[in-house]
Design a protein around this ligand. Structure first.
Ligand code: 8HG
Length: 290
């Protein structure tokens, strides 16, 4: 467990003594698209139908616009605070090469996000850049999500399956998703909450296969969804940054994406997904080229 207590105050809820926790590392490491910062210590984001503001001062995490009950029910889990990241980092740092990436992203935690939101978000991520992905998700939320207000600003929740079923391919395209509009449309038409439940209860390899039955989802997108919303931590999404990081640290430049995935899952086992996140963040922030 990486925190001590949950305290209720008039203006905020405070989670005391959080460890292995840095807001920038968490929100800029590539796993989420709905958090923005005013300054480096404060972020505002929308998740699970709520808008909250978070601020880290020393080792205390301040959560605004929430209640103690919501912190206990939603945000402790969302920030994965019951897991000891010290142990994971110690294990991964036995590898001296990976240890450099772990040290760089030492405040990363894998958020437990909503599966439906991530299925759609990562369909949009295919062959796309993060600022464009964020913009498209914002537009989709504005059009089919629910309005929220905080400190005089308007935010929108990510739509439910049912409300997104009202969207036509053309309307989705207007949100800037391009050719992925038809995949989102077909996926929303076939997807149900019982299918998502089946994925959640499946083992990692079965889940990877089930996800790829949906239009617009290949191995890489499936890995991102299972890692960031389904607690399947052997997932190892290989995009161009992870490919470069793996080549930089371990492999010859001509290795194929499926081979890189296989190599990494053998090497890092049940912690492969965590290793991937340290590598992705390290490679992207340091713009490594092979
Ligand atoms: O966290 C991520 N890991 C990997 N491997 N790929 C990611 C993450 N986040 C993210 O957006 N991507 C994809 O990388 C989406 C897009 O194709 C590209 C942006 O650099």
């Amino acid at each position: 467990m990486d925190y001590k207590n949950i305290e209720e105050h008039k203006e905020y809820i405070k989670i005391t003594k959080v460890k292995n926790f840095n807001l920038r590392d968490i929100f800029e490491c590539g796993q989420c698209f709905r958090w923005n910062s005013n300054d480096k210590d404060t972020y505002i984001g929308v998740a699970f139908g709520k808008v909250i503001e978070v601020k880290l001062i020393d080792e205390d995490l301040y959560i605004y616009n929430s209640t103690k009950e919501e912190v206990e029910k939603i945000w402790i889990d969302y920030f994965d605070l019951n897991r000891d990241y010290g142990l994971i980092k110690k294990e991964l740092s036995k590898d001296p090469l990976l240890s450099e990436a772990v040290q760089f992203g030492k405040g990363i935690r894998l958020l437990k996000q909503d599966p439906f939101e991530l299925i759609i978000s990562f369909i949009i991520s295919a062959n796309n850049r993060i600022p464009m992905i964020k913009r498209a998700i914002d537009k989709i939320s504005q059009r089919w999500g629910e309005k929220l207000e905080y400190k005089g600003n308007i935010y929108y929740t990510f739509p439910t399956i049912d409300s997104l079923r009202n969207a036509t391919e053309e309307e989705l395209r207007e949100c800037g998703v391009g050719f992925r509009g038809k995949y989102i449309k077909s996926t929303v038409d076939i997807l149900s909450s019982s299918m998502i439940n089946e994925m959640l209860t499946a083992n990692d390899d079965q889940c990877h296969k089930l996800l790829q039955k949906l239009p617009g989802i290949g191995p890489k997108v499936a890995d991102c969804i299972m890692l960031f919303s389904m607690e399947k931590y052997s997932a190892f999404p290989v995009d161009v940054w992870v490919k470069r990081a793996m080549q930089h640290f371990y492999l010859a430049p001509d290795v194929s994406l499926p081979k890189i995935r296989e190599f990494a899952r053998d090497k890092f086992g049940k912690n492969a997904g965590f290793a991937q996140q340290y590598l992705f963040y390290y490679a992207r922030e340091n713009k490594i080229i092979v």
